[in-house]
Design a protein. Structure first.
Length: 607
């Protein structure tokens, strides 16, 4: 099945009218709306003034060329003076319009980029999109390059269309007036075609538009495919750059080179197809462009040779033809740009629509019910199943809570474990509310301070003090408190580096990253701390030190999703279990004796 056919079945895809409605709605809600309206109004005034000046320039053709025909030196010089005034006005108007064009494109991009970034980074939404298939690939391309191209093309095409429409309305009357009574002698009969020049110009432009549409019909799809391949190439390059150390240690450069070369080949293949499509389109656009040099003279020649037009009148007719033809051929001239615009409009609007659809991800009964209790309530989990594949629901892989339900009161210590191979990370995401696909009910406490600690945390490129208090900082935190937290978790060598700016994910090893996450919890003093197997794979002495730090959080409710003997021995927590939704072989996965982990009864008694 072709990519186009596959894309047509995606629920987030919209027809062109839907794409336009979505992006117009985003524009109307954007804070740059007022600026864009003011800029559009100014542009309209400039375009109208430019059209009037162009109309006066076309009228100037008549007396100027008539003066040439009469060899009238005084008239010739007078018309040169008129031309100088008109040319200066047109130059000034063109300069102003160019500046307004650039500022409008800038504001358009600002609105698009900020809106898409806001929609993308709405809490929980971007991660939900990750399960939506290919639409989640390379969001950076849609946020960066696609928004830039869409903003620039939208501005250029909108201004060009308005300009062409006003020109058309202004010069249609000229062509009609020139040829309103012109007639042909055909087989001894005098045939009058009112507005002969106008109809000939419309026919000329219509033929060019139809041919361009036929020849260039594949350009929109090819452009969309090209941007997807460009995104794949950039992703391959970034991924290789981000993982240079493990790639080098594994001697994996040849393998990564093959992946990069494949991505380059994909881009070049699409560029080759685009080159052929644009070459074919050039036959039409360029051919009709060159023909336009003589077409108006050929069309108007019967009137000139019959004596109905002076030489100046002929040149006025040629000028009017060129203006009307340019306006009517706007679609032909801009066909490749329109194709590019439609490709980026589809990519941006589909991405935005998919993000919005993530807020209503499934039908009733296919998402976990989340409810929020009071500050005095604890956490309760009832009949929860978590689906690993949203589109397959209970028929796909996933996990379920082996107990019917469990509750966690404030101040308790709890561990949720399961058999080896069970996707406990999926259960952690369900507790966190970022993976809602499944069934059952989770009632979360209304706590002021909750920390969700994933196994691999995010370390921004910033000062160490900002990383330690991520995400929103801690008001009035002192350097002494920051240094004490570092010493507490064993990061002594960073105590004097609070203002050092680094890519900390490249500087710190796995143990140090885990220690920095725990230091963050020490500083923020959460009411509830949910941990996603953060102790797994750490050195024994590091685990012991970090558990000792966690034990000092006396007022914090600790919920550890994972298997940790050290956590179980230190905290004597309530233990609950998750199992595969569709276990292979046995009916349910069961914890084995001697696996280094205590078991508990269905009511969650302490081991």
């Amino acid at each position: 099945m072709s990519q186009a056919a596959t894309a047509a079945t995606e629920p987030y895809e919209l027809p062109l009218s839907g794409q336009l409605r979505m992006m117009m709605g985003a524009f109307w809600a954007s804070p740059v709306r007022r600026h864009l309206v003011m800029l559009a109004s100014a542009l309209l005034i400039i375009i109208v003034a430019t059209t009037y000046a162009t109309y006066r320039l076309n009228e100037w053709n008549g007396p100027f060329y008539d003066a040439l025909e009469r060899r009238d030196m005084a008239g010739f010089l007078r018309q040169l003076g008129v031309f100088g005034i008109i040319a200066f006005c047109l130059t000034l108007l063109n300069v102003i319009q160019t500046w307004l064009n650039q500022i409008t494109a800038l504001k358009m991009r600002e609105g698009l980029a900020r809106d898409l970034a806001n929609v993308w980074l709405t809490p929980g939404r971007a991660l939900k999109l990750a399960g939506a298939g290919s639409i989640a690939n390379n969001p950076d391309q849609r946020l960066h390059e696609d928004t830039r191209i869409l903003a620039e093309n939208t501005t250029a095409l909108s201004i060009g269309l308005v300009n062409s429409t006003i020109l058309l309305g202004s010069f249609i009357g000229v062509l009609w007036a020139i040829s309103t009574d012109f007639g042909f002698q055909i087989a001894g009969h005098h045939v009058v075609i009112p507005g002969y020049m106008l109809w000939a110009t419309i026919l000329y432009a219509l033929i060019g538009s139809v041919l361009s549409n036929v020849v260039g019909s594949m350009l929109a799809r090819l452009n969309a495919d090209r941007y997807a391949r460009e995104a794949d190439l950039r992703s391959a390059l970034v991924r290789a750059n981000e993982n240079l150390k493990p790639i080098t240690l594994a001697r994996g450069e040849p393998n990564e080179l093959l992946r990069v070369q494949d991505a380059i080949g994909g881009v070049l293949g699409m560029l080759r197809k685009l080159a052929w499509a644009l070459t074919n389109l050039t036959w039409v656009s360029s051919g009709f462009g060159w023909l336009a040099l003589v077409a108006p003279i050929i069309i108007a020649s019967p009137m000139y040779f019959s004596g109905e037009l002076t030489f100046g009148g002929l040149m006025m007719a040629v000028g009017a033809f060129n203006q009307v033809n340019t306006a009517l051929r706007w679609y032909v001239t801009n066909f490749s740009v329109i194709a590019d615009w439609r490709a980026t409009l589809a990519r941006v609007s589909f991405f935005r629509n998919a993000l919005l659809m993530a807020d209503t991800p499934a039908k009733e009964g296919e998402v976990i019910s989340y409810k929020r209790g009071t500050k005095d309530d604890g956490l309760s989990v009832t009949g929860v199943e978590v689906y690993g594949e949203p589109d397959k629901g209970a028929d796909g892989h996933g996990i379920k809570l082996k107990e019917d339900a469990f509750t966690v009161e404030p101040g308790e210590r709890v561990m949720v474990n399961g058999d080896p191979g069970t996707d406990r990370h999926l259960f952690f995401q369900a507790l966190a509310g970022i993976w809602p696909w499944g069934k059952g009910e989770i009632r979360v406490p209304q706590a002021d301070r909750v920390i969700l600690m994933p196994q691999e945390g995010y370390l921004p490129t910033a000062k160490l003090r900002e990383v330690m208090t991520y995400p929103s900082g801690i008001p009035d935190v002192t350097d002494e408190a920051l240094k004490a937290a570092l010493l507490q978790v064993g990061l002594d060598r960073y105590v004097e580096q609070l203002d050092r700016v680094e890519r900390w994910d490249r500087v710190l090893d796995k143990e140090e990253e885990a220690a920095l996450q725990v230091a963050n919890a020490v500083l923020r003093k959460p009411d509830w701390l949910f941990m996603d197997d953060v102790l797994e794979g750490l050195e024994p002495e590091v685990r012991v030190q970090l558990i000792g730090v966690l034990d000092g959080l006396k007022d914090t409710t600790l919920i550890y999703v994972g298997r940790s003997e050290d956590f179980a021995n230190t905290f004597k927590p309530k233990i609950f279990h998750v199992a595969p939704l569709h276990p292979n072989g046995t009916n349910e996965a069961k914890l084995q004796d001697g696996d280094g982990m205590a078991t508990a009864s269905d009511n969650g008694e302490k081991p």
